[in-house]
Design a protein around this ligand. Structure first.
Ligand SMILES: [Zn+2]
Length: 251
C-alpha cells in the first residue's frame, strides 16, 4: 500500500509540470465520468503537494484536484511523447513531460480537503503543536495506536510507521491518550517523522516489530504480540515488556 513517503516522491517528480498549462485527458471510463478534463484542460498547474496520503494538485482558478492512491494507484512522469500503457485515470501533458496516474480510485476536485486533514507528518518541520491540539481535542479514551492513524489528527502515518514509532518510544499502542503525556506524544510523532523522512531520502530501514509476531523484541527478547486495532482493524504489533500498558482484552 502506498504510504506517505511514496506520495512525497510522486509530488517531487511531478514538480516538472508546475507552472505550465497542461493538456488534460482522463482515458479511464471511471475517471471520464467525473468530467475533470473539460474543467482542467488548458489550466496552469500552480503546485503539487503531498499532504499525508493525498496528492493535491492546484490549478489556476482555485481548482484543487485530490488524488488518493489507495492500494494500487501509482503516478509516473514520462517524456512528453513517450507511449502511455494501459488505461490511465489521468494524463497531464506539459511542454516536455507527461504525468500519468494509473488506478486512481480517488480523484476529485475539492476545495476543502486541505482544511480537513491534520498537519503533515512529513512537513519540514512538522507542526507538532497543531497535532497536539488535534490529539487533545479527540476523546481521550481513544488508544494512541488508533488515534495516530486518524488522518484528521495527523496525516501521513501508515500502519508500519505507527507500529515502529511507538516501539521506538516504548509506548504501548493500547494506552489511552489520557495516559500519554504531551512529551510522549511528541516523541512518538517525531519518531514517525524521522523514520519516514529517512525512507523518503532512500535510507533503508529495519522493521523491529512490524509483522514480527512471535519473534523476539530486538531490545529485550520478549516475543512480539499482535492484535487488530481500531475501526479498520489494522494489525498492531508491540512488545509487552518494553511497551508497558494494559493489553486488549483478548490478546
Ligand atoms: Zn521489548
Amino acid at each position: 500500500m502506498p504510504e506517505g513517503d511514496a506520495l512525497h516522491r510522486a509530488a517531487r517528480r511531478l514538480q516538472v509540470l508546475v507552472g505550465q498549462e497542461l493538456e488534460v485527458e482522463t482515458p479511464h471510463p471511471r475517471a471520464a465520468v467525473k468530467q475533470l478534463a473539460p474543467r482542467l484542460n488548458g489550466r496552469r498547474l500552480e503546485s503539487v503537494e503531498a499532504i499525508g496520503k493525498n496528492l493535491l494538485l492546484r490549478f489556476d482558478g482555485g481548482l484543487v484536484l485530490r488524488s488518493h492512491l489507495r492500494m494500487r494507484g501509482r503516478w509516473r512522469v514520462l517524456e512528453r511523447d513517450a507511449a502511455v500503457f494501459g488505461t490511465p485515470w489521468l494524463v497531464l501533458r506539459g511542454a516536455r513531460h507527461t504525468g500519468v496516474l494509473w488506478n486512481g480510485p480517488v480523484l476529485e476536485l475539492d476545495r476543502g480537503v486541505a482544511r480537513r486533514l491534520g498537519p503533515d507528518i512529513l512537513a519540514a518541520p512538522p507542526d507538532y503543536d497543531a497535532m497536539r491540539q488535534r490529539f487533545r481535542a479527540t476523546p481521550q479514551a481513544r488508544a494512541i495506536g488508533d488515534a495516530i492513524l486518524d488522518q484528521r489528527l495527523v496525516s501521513g502515518i501508515g500502519n508500519v510507521w505507527k507500529v515502529e514509532s511507538l516501539w521506538a518510544q516504548r509506548i504501548s499502542p493500547w494506552r489511552a491518550l489520557a495516559d500519554v503525556s504531551d512529551d510522549e506524544l511528541r516523541a512518538a510523532l517525531a519518531s514517525a517523522h524521522e523514520l519516514m523522512r529517512a525512507r523518503l531520502d532512500g535510507v533503508p530501514g529495519t522493521r523491529h516489530v512490524y509483522r514480527r509476531k512471535g519473534h523476539m523484541c530486538p531490545r529485550c527478547g520478549t516475543p512480539i504480540k499482535s492484535w487488530p486495532q481500531g475501526d479498520e482493524a489494522r494489525m498492531a504489533y508491540w512488545c509487552p515488556q518494553c511497551q508497558k500498558g494494559e493489553d486488549p482484552p483478548a490478546a
